[in-house]
Design a protein around this ligand. Structure first.
Ligand code: ADE
Length: 288
């Protein structure tokens, strides 16, 4: 049996990002060439004091679960280890940065780019949902891009596995959940309920943002953003092609029961030329 890794087995390089209780660094394994990893480091003290133990466990279990059937759109977890103070997640390094960075750089994306990205996102979220995993914090910061234009969903720290009791009452868990205001679904906001349809809501927000350059619901304060979400108050600022615009309108409905599931989204007319069974075609970057 291979022994567990230790921090000293890696050279830690620049910081790639940080969350409320973790930081992510680029790292390379000592004596094993220049292969890059992204190591997420979580402070044990912080996790315990902030009562995040279950979240970290869920993140690890979820990534291990989906790793059994590898999917190119889910960040790979190679191993985990810990020392006295910290937990370490050794993840696939995705070198193209966050989708948010691309949107900030380019503004509204051409329809073909938006479609290429959405096809991958929809396929990946469909894979997660098939495995009973709700990501619960989908947003452009949690979507990474590889050099070839592959999208990779990361940060499963807020994920929920259907049928896996967390020991907590669901609404309590939802209430203590800190996502990003702009992508929060109306059912989470108004009823502290979060299901597969909440990920679909976030996909609708992301598609809108790809087409418009900004998120659909943005207030001057969090409260104002929440009010806009609850009132379905969003406008189109720049002209968007009819078909993806129709998909956004179909997804962004307040009642989660009326929102399409992933299979219905795959059948939308915007995707009529997509062969969802041809994984090769879906994952071939258009920028290669
Ligand atoms: N930032 C956060 N996670 C990352 C990853 N896996 N690769 C590159 N940058 C990241």
């Amino acid at each position: 049996m291979r022994s567990a890794k230790r921090p000293n087995d890696y050279v830690f390089l620049e910081q790639l990002g940080h969350g409320s209780y973790s930081s992510v660094f680029r790292a390379q394994e000592r004596g094993n060439g220049a292969r890059n990893f992204a190591i997420k480091v979580c402070s044990k003290k912080h996790i315990i004091s902030e009562k995040k133990v279950k979240y970290v466990t869920i993140e690890k279990d979820t990534l291990n679960l989906v790793a059994r059937e590898r999917h190119p759109g889910v960040v790979r977890l190679f191993c985990t280890f810990h020392d006295a103070e910290k937990l370490y997640f050794v993840l696939e390094y995705v070198s193209g940065g966050e989708l948010l960075g691309l949107i900030h750089k380019t503004g509204p994306l051409p329809e073909l780019w938006a479609k290429h990205l959405m096809v991958q996102l929809v396929d990946t979220v469909g894979f997660l949902h098939k495995h009973g995993v709700i990501h619960r914090d989908l947003k452009p910061e949690n979507v990474l891009l590889s050099q070839e234009g592959r999208v990779v969903i990361t940060d499963f720290g807020a994920a929920y596995r259907v049928g896996q009791g967390t020991g907590e009452d669901e609404s309590q868990r939802a209430a203590s959940f800190v996502g990003t205001a702009e992508y929060v679904s109306p059912e989470l906001l108004l009823h502290s309920r979060c299901g597969f349809a909440s990920d679909v809501w976030a996909l609708g927000c992301i598609l809108y943002q790809l087409l418009q350059g900004v998120a659909p619901f943005r207030g001057d304060s969090e409260l104002q953003t929440f009010e806009k979400i609850a009132a379905l108050d969003y406008k189109w600022h720049v002209v968007a092609p009819v078909s993806p615009r129709d998909l956004v309108t179909t997804i962004l409905v307040l009642n989660p029961a009326k929102r399409p599931g992933i299979n219905r989204i795959k059948g939308h007319q915007w995707f009529s030329n997509v062969n969802w069974a041809d994984k090769q075609a879906i994952w071939r970057g258009i920028w290669q």
